[in-house]
Design a protein around this ligand. Structure first.
Ligand code: PRX
Length: 630
């Protein structure tokens, strides 16, 4: 079948299309309606059907593939490697589920998971799915304040964590950060379940903190049946950054997500049961949720969970994993490939990579040089794919298993089945034609697997994402907040964000969150943070601050810069740390006081600052230029 036919059917008759795809997973009770779109933009998929993500990822395979590898946990930080078969994974998930139940966790309760890339993190996610608890994984790189705001929003009954992570051989203690976060938060979880890796000392809080190994032993023979959930119950919340300082809890369902992942694993990722999938992301991000944990397992594949850097002990480490575990499909981010490109090429040639069939890259723009380099080095197709935390699976890519359409350098591809992608002229609200830049929008209803709402805030969901209507159909349209352009062949090119979100090494961060953190420094009066192009990381955060009391000596500026970096490290984590902090006397603003971030960013990147008719004081631009120079 041509992709065009496949796609068109998903648009013309979504119910028939998705009814067919729904056969890819197990349903305990069949659904009565494929799509309920009676209350746009809140779409409900597979209404009345009951299923379970853990069943589809784990239990379902135990009968036919029980002894086959399911989870391959590798850490080059602790030099450990352990493979769990589907049967062993099921046993561990059941034990973890039993611990959770003994700690009072039930259906619909939230469990916050703040963990390094260790097997127990996966057990915890799947255990939640098994008993119908809603997990919220917080990236281990986030620090106390970021964690506290997520604790307050999700109000978890239980937090699962560990003594420490490790990065580049350096221990990163988690427990102290977590204790600080719980102190900062209004909401207090009843229990904290802790995995002790023996990396850092932990002070256990009596009555609250529980040791994982000890409780695992208590539940070694536990039996915890799968809880069958209605397709539209929530499976998880994953916080992501937006325009405001307050992170948005992207909430996803159960059935739609399972079907969307199963379909994408076949149509896009050509995943076959028995194959091995190696996704180098982190479980704290959406790529980790969809393509480390749920997607590969739902497809009956083994999945690699890797803790470590791509270049330690040397830049051959990933390729040695590909050789050893006969990895068939790999998923990474352009920044990681740019890091590898700087390393000696022999390290790649040392290994037998014949099992590898394709490399998928996502999370940030893929530049042509990086794409060509890695494609030549590996000798396999490189497939760019564009999507978001909100969508849960690719919006734009090439569905190689439906039709092997050629990729175009610089373009993630064409709209995937189920997504009615359009480009909207920001000023006029009209749809753009070919080769005309606009905002990438998707006409509702969104396909299965996409976010249901913002956790606890339907209003914010509508007000944030659904502010435009299609001039064709009058239907509400979802905004991706990305600029894009489409060529004459229907291929899209992504041209950066329309909002205040930046993308550092594939990590999505809100400049407002960083600004709020910097503002808490006692000597900061005003601050602007922008994302500036960076050859390696795609973008880096750069801050411009107006101090309350200026010390314009070189030493004074350097001290303030260092102090601000420490504040961000402590509150958000080093992922949010600006690459540079510049001191200025004035920030470019409109007469109504709105920061002209796009102009600041343009100056930093040596571009024209754009339309300045509304600027309050044009000398502020010169201040930015001087700061950068001096
Ligand atoms: O700006 C787009 C960029 O990353 C954003 C989504 O980030 P996140 O929610 O972390 O989800 C990542 C899922 C892969 C998008 O709004 N982005 C993502 N993929 C690409 C991309 N930009 C260009 N090309 C891509 N392939």
């Amino acid at each position: 079948m041509s992709f065009a036919t496949f796609y068109q059917r998903s648009i013309d008759d979504p119910s028939a299309f998705w009814r067919e795809q729904a056969r890819r997973i197990d349903w305990h009770h069949p659904f009565s309606q494929v799509l309920d779109d009676s209350r746009p933009p809140f779409a409900k998929w597979f209404v009345g059907g009951t299923t379970n993500l853990c069943h589809n990822a784990v239990d379902r395979w135990v009968g036919t593939r029980g002894e086959q590898p399911a989870l391959i946990a590798i850490s080059t930080e602790t030099n450990t490697e352990k493979t769990y078969s589907f049967r062993e994974l099921q046993d561990e998930v059941i034990r973890t589920a039993a611990i959770m139940q003994s700690l009072g966790v039930g259906r619909g309760d939230r469990v916050l998971i703040y963990m390094p890339m260790i097997a127990e993190a996966t057990f915890a996610m799947l255990a939640c799915a098994r008993i119908g608890a809603i997990h919220s994984v917080v990236f281990g790189g986030f620090a106390s304040n970021s964690l506290a705001s997520r604790i307050d929003d999700a109000q978890p009954v239980l937090i699962v964590s560990a003594d420490a992570g490790s990065r580049g051989g350096k221990v990163v203690p988690y427990k102290g950060l977590l204790d600080d976060a719980i102190k900062l938060a209004q909401h207090k979880p009843a229990h904290v379940l802790l995995v002790d890796r023996g990396l850092a000392p932990m002070e256990m809080v009596a009555g609250r903190d529980v040791d994982y190994a000890e409780h695992r032993r208590l539940h070694i023979d536990a039996k915890v049946p799968v809880v069958w959930l209605e397709s539209n119950e929530a499976s998880y919340i994953l916080y992501t950054s937006g325009t405001t300082g307050k992170p948005k809890g992207v909430q996803r369902d159960v059935g739609g997500y399972a079907v969307a992942l199963a379909t994408s694993m076949d149509a896009i990722f050509c995943g076959k049961p028995g194959g091995t999938y190696f996704c180098t992301s982190d479980i704290g991000w959406v790529v980790g949720h969809s393509y480390i944990v749920y997607g590969p397992l739902i497809a009956g594949m083994a999945t690699v969970l890797y803790e470590g850097l791509p270049i330690r002990p040397d830049a051959g480490i990933w390729w040695s994993i590909v050789e050893k575990y006969k990895v068939t499909r790999m998923f990474s981010a352009p920044t990681a490939i740019r890091v590898l490109k700087k390393q000696p090429p022999e390290l790649m040639k040392k290994y037998d990579l014949s099992s590898l069939q394709a490399l998928y890259l996502a999370g940030e723009p893929l530049d042509e040089t990086t794409s060509s380099w890695i494609s030549e080095a590996l000798g396999v197709p490189i497939v760019d794919n564009y999507w978001q935390t909100e969508s849960g699976w690719p919006i734009l890519t090439i569905a190689k298993n439906i039709e092997d359409k050629p990729c175009k350098l610089g373009s993630p591809g064409v709209p995937m089945y189920g997504y009615k992608v359009r480009l909207l002229n920001e000023a006029t609200g009209a749809l753009c034609g070919a080769n005309e830049k606009g905002v990438v929008v998707i006409e509702g209803p969104l396909p299965p697997g996409c976010m249901q709402t913002i956790y606890g805030d339907d209003r914010r969901f509508v007000d944030t994402y659904w502010t435009t209507q299609s001039p064709e159909s009058g239907r509400p349209m979802y905004s991706t907040f990305d600029w894009g352009i489409r060529d004459d062949d229907g291929y899209y090119f992504i041209l950066g964000r329309t909002d205040d979100v930046i993308n550092v090494a594939g990590h999505r961060l809100g400049t407002r969150e960083i600004e709020e953190s910097i503002s808490s420094h006692p000597n900061v009066s005003e601050v602007a943070v922008v994302g500036v192009e960076d050859k390696l990381k795609g973008q880096v955060a750069v801050a411009f601050v107006i101090p309350k009391v200026a010390d314009n000596t070189t030493k004074g500026r350097a001290t303030l810069e260092a102090e601000i970096m420490r504040v961000v490290d402590k509150q958000i984590g080093s992922v949010g740390r600006p690459a540079r902090v510049y001191v200025v006397g004035l920030l470019p603003k409109t007469r109504s006081g709105k920061l002209l971030r796009r102009s600041i960013q343009a100056i930093c990147e040596g571009r024209d600052p754009g339309d300045l008719t509304t600027i309050e004081d044009p000398s502020s631009l010169q201040q930015i230029k001087d700061a950068l120079r001096g």
